[in-house]
Every structure is written in structure tokens, then in C-alpha cells.
Design a protein around this ligand. Structure first.
Ligand code: ZN
Length: 175
């Protein structure tokens, strides 16, 4: 794990401000991905991404509840924009991501969940304030659950890719 690029996070409001940015960005990206998968006849992956968007929404709301009574600092939101996994061979984010397949979409999500987990884990390690560390540790654990969930889905895709071709995609029957 890399050392933090920034000063360690030393206060609860600072942590909450970052968490809020991170969760809102995740919610938006998951909604995009869900829409994209739904348009491409991947209703199960679309449903998974809707579920993940829901988790991000819940986290954002619970961060807002914790933040009541604090003045959250304004932070640089670009720290929390999703990015593409390294060596990603196809369009990843933005208008082009409708070209992504199921597996690439899941890997994009996992990659960014790992970034979220590492962000919180770094805060937990480097914060000088034990209360900040404890809260960041909780948040890192939640992100780990998301990473695990996506890893399970990716594993399932890999199994499907090895199955005989006729099992891959049931024929699409137009209504
Ligand atoms: Zn997450």
C-alpha cells in the first residue's frame, strides 16, 4: 500500500467530507453501469449494479447523518473520480462505456471498490486521531465486502466463459 499523497486525515469532519464524495461518485457510476447493462440485455448484472448503487446511497445518507452539526470542509472531488483498471483494453468510463462487456464492467467496479477500500485503510493507518482511525477501519471493512461481492461475480463470469458456447447466452426472444 502506498503512503498517502496528502496530509493524513486528522479529523472526523475531514473524513466524512471525503467519504461523502466517494460514496456519491460510486452511486453515480453504478447507476450509469446499471443503465448500460440493462440496455445491453444483462439484467442480472444491471440488478447487481443497482444494488451497489443502493449501498452507496445508504452510505452517503449515513455519512450525512454523522456529519450533522459539523461543518464539512470542501475537498478536491477529483480524488474520488473512478478510473479505469490498468491495461484496460476497451473503453471504460464516459460515453464509450456502452461498449463494455459484463466482465469488464464488473472489473471496473471491483477496481474502484479496491481504491475506496485502500483510501479508508490508509486513513485508518496514518490518521493521528484514534477516533478517525476506527471509523475509517469500519468503512474499509464495508468496502472489502463490496470487493468480495464483485470478485464472486467475476469468478462466475470466468466459469461461464469456459462453459460450452451454447450455454453462454440464452437466445434473446423479442417480445
Ligand atoms: Zn463500496
Amino acid at each position: 500500500m502506498n503512503a498517502p499523497d496528502h496530509e493524513p486525515i486528522a479529523s472526523i469532519p475531514e473524513l466524512l467530507a471525503h467519504a461523502l464524495e466517494l460514496e456519491i461518485e460510486s452511486r453515480e457510476r453504478y447507476r450509469d453501469l446499471a443503465q448500460c447493462m440493462a440496455l445491453h440485455n444483462n439484467p442480472d448484472v444491471a440488478a447487481l449494479f443497482e444494488q451497489m448503487a443502493g449501498y452507496s446511497e445508504l452510505h452517503a445518507r449515513s455519512v450525512e447523518v454523522r456529519a450533522q452539526g459539523y461543518n464539512l470542509p470542501v475537498i478536491a472531488p477529483w480524488d474520488f473520480k473512478w478510473n479505469c483498471p490498468e491495461g484496460h483494453e476497451s473503453p471504460c468510463l464516459g460515453d464509450a462505456h456502452y461498449l463494455m462487456n459484463r466482465r469488464q464492467a464488473l472489473e471496473l467496479a471491483r477496481h474502484n471498490e479496491i481504491r475506496g477500500r485502500e483510501f479508508y485503510a490508509r486513513v485508518a493507518i496514518y490518521s493521528p486521531d484514534p477516533e478517525v482511525s476506527a471509523l475509517a477501519r469500519e468503512m474499509a471493512d464495508e468496502e472489502q465486502e463490496h470487493v468480495d461481492l464483485l470478485a464472486q461475480w467475476i469468478a462466475r463470469e470466468l466459469v461461464a466463459a469456459e462453459a460450452p458456447l451454447e450455454d453462454l447466452d440464452p437466445p434473446h426472444i423479442p417480445e
